[in-house]
Design a protein around this ligand. Structure first.
Ligand code: 15L
Length: 262
């Protein structure tokens, strides 16, 4: 079985994913930073997202790429541009050059973070990014669409909420994604026979969700977790949220800088 390459493999989501996917797939872990505690079935390749050649070499012989690499939060435009725009381009183009069949793109709830919390949105709504970071995720989804249409790459975009063993605060009760539900979505991206270009929300089966995740369900997603089990404890200990971001799904990503600028 040819390996699955994970970019950003030293990061938090990848660490959860490795744990969940171990033994089910051969994993080639790709990052500039070293990856700790390599296990049986895992190999490491040091590659820089800024180098198309590096990335194409890292992807030789893999069946699929799970692209988690790049910035995972709001940043200066120069940083977003190099890591999440140029780096994302390199990841898709390297996959094409290496003849990879499947590509799973870690998009984000921040691609649509300017929707209000009283709205339920599905995967077909127009993009409403809430930050430069959110714009970079819109770009990544557009890259997926282009590479699917033009080159036949099979692409699943997962608009990830927040991956953590338990939800961190009131907003995350709506967007929480447990590690095992994340792994289920990734496995759908790797194995579902009919993926050409699909977008799903990366959230558990949260009762408080503001997403209609019908497309994920159509592809067979049956989340095992619901943030409701944590709700009482989370709400009892929740730090006071900044009211400026409260109306919007993207929370702090929405209000950061918005009210500070002239
Ligand atoms: C994201 O997209 C980020 O990668 C992550 O760091 C969290 O901030 C998450 O969104 C969130 O909205 O909580």
């Amino acid at each position: 079985m040819s390996p699955v390459l994970i970019t950003g493999a030293a990061g938090g989501i990848a660490t959860h994913l490795r744990h969940e996917l171990r033994g089910r797939y051969a994993l080639r872990l790709c990052d500039l930073r070293p990856v700790a505690d390599l296990q049986a079935g895992e190999s490491f390749v040091c590659a820089d997202l800024a180098s198309l050649d590096d990335m194409a070499a890292a992807m030789q012989g893999v069946q699929a790429v799970v692209h988690l690499g790049g910035l995972s939060m709001e940043g200066a435009w120069e940083d977003v541009l190099s890591a999440n725009v140029a780096g994302c381009y390199n990841a898709f183009e390297a996959a094409r050059r290496a003849g990879v069949r499947r590509f799973i793109f870690a998009s984000s709830n921040h691609a649509v973070g300017f929707y209000r919390r009283d709205q339920t949105i599905d995967h077909r709504v127009p993009m409403r990014p809430d930050s430069r970071y959110g714009v970079s995720k819109v770009f990544g989804e557009a890259m997926g669409s282009l590479y699917a249409d033009k080159y036949g790459l099979e692409v699943l975009c997962i608009r990830i909420g927040n991956v953590n063993p338990s939800p961190l605060d009131a907003r995350r009760l709506a967007i929480w994604l447990s590690p095992r539900d994340m792994a289920q979505l990734v496995a759908i991206g790797l194995e579902h026979p009919d993926i050409r270009f699909e977008v799903v929300y990366g959230v558990s089966g949260n009762r408080r969700s503001w997403y209609d995740n019908a497309n994920a369900h159509r592809l067979g997603y049956r989340p095992q977790d619901d943030s409701e089990a944590f709700a009482e404890a989370v709400l009892a200990n929740a730090p006071a949220a900044d009211p400026r971001g409260e109306a919007f799904q993207g929370g702090a990503f929405v209000h950061e800088e918005l009210f500070d600028n002239p």
